[in-house]
Design a protein around this ligand. Sequence first.
Ligand code: BES
Ligand code: MN
Ligand code: ZN
Length: 497
Amino acid sequence: MTSFEVWTRGLARLRVDCLIAGVFEDGELPDETREIDRASGGRITALVRRGDFAGRAGEHLLVPDLPGLRATRVLLVGQGKRGSLSRKSWRRAVLTGLGALSRTRIASCAVALGRPAAAELDDYRLASATAELTGVALYRINDLKSGKKPRAPAINRVVAGPVTSAAAAKRGFAHGAAVAVGLRTLRDLGNLPANVCTPTYLANTARALARRHPKTLRVRVLDQQAIRRERMGCFLAVTQGSDEPPRFIVLEHRGGKAGAAPVVLVGKGITFDTGGISLKDPPAMDEMKFDMSGAATVIAALTVAAELNLALNVVGLVPTCENMPSGCAVKPGDIVTSASGQTVEVLNTDAEGRLILCDALHYARRFKPAALVDIATLTGACVIALGAHHSGVMANDDALARELVECGLRADDRAWQLPLTEEYGEQLRSNFADMANVAGRDAGAITAGAFLGKFTRGMKWAHMDIAGTAYLSGAQKGSTGRPIGLLSEFLIQRAGR
Ligand code: BES
Ligand code: MN
Ligand code: ZN
């Protein structure tokens, strides 16, 4: 566990293994670095003048044994152009600094980087972002390589500043540290292969989480038989081709007033998506192990709610199964009956996420949610539309959509709203059933949202498509931990009002 403290002034007297200080690209020094420079007799200015450090974003240089400081070392970090200093560039510099230190044996450090205006980064944000980014910098992929593991990072004490309100910083540290726990939970689950992270594994993870928070968290897991009793015909159609048994997880955090309407979160838990009979192309099919990222986000969000003991009722619903082709798999053209009673013609078995979600969204109705939010790696079309930068938000309630988008901005985990008007739903017409599960190529992210919308009438509902943001491909392949930042912000805000 890392401990967090604040510094207010007197950088030269801070007793830490390392001060993390910024340098701008034009050789100018932020106030914090100037203070360190003065104390050490101008060594940093001299070093920069000699051209030993250019201050470009991403650059860093460890300078040991500067005179006049109690800290043993200074890590210089490039902060780019002074004029482009923003919360985003500050975050990048923090991550560069802590990332570099995490690969050394340094145990304590103070973050003393040039800081954007308080309007962009107040004491609360400074502290929460520092705690969150420390978690990111110290995260190591839970790999299954057989060789010797590299040494775990040594950092156990981080001092952030300068702050004027220690109380605001304290709250920030707590929130950021809880988000870091959520991030780790989500990324670990996402990165695990599908032969380890099965529906049963997800259910066991939820159970273990509830055991750690016996006072507020309760869990219930429905097996195939119980799912049948709920008449979740769409969910059952997706799982019927797999040998791996499905689960429906209900996780409840009761931190609010008894009887207060809960926030209900629903996460897509396809632990592997082959496409089913509408089989996917082989390239990058391994990445479909990430198709349970929505489920992992929901489990992580309940982790955050429990860690912070949020004064809010939160329910997490996770329908989880595989999507496999086999002799008993659902076939294109099959018509199934959802828990809501509406019938669905399964024209494409690869549009399976909406099938498991629609039954979970219907199940949510019994909780009379104050807000209902589903999170899913739902469509390739959303990746085409927004890339890896924004998660897609669609909603039947504009205030809820706006709330989520704003939480994304504040948490630096951005989302963008797409329009969800009636026309899109009309594209789902079927000759044989109440609706088809696909509507052709145009506006694929939105027609998927429109499909889900047919199961959420009368509830304040938003859908988040995280197909582009939940994980990275290529050399950087792995779970990003998004959108737990956005969702944590959403829950924290809702608990506070
Ligand atoms: N899990 C996929 C969506 C996806 C695609 C996530 C790429 C991440 C990256 C989903 O189940 C799917 O296959 N969707 C289809 C829907 C189509 C058949 C209407 C898609 O996007 O191609
Ligand atoms: Mn699919
Ligand atoms: Zn899928």
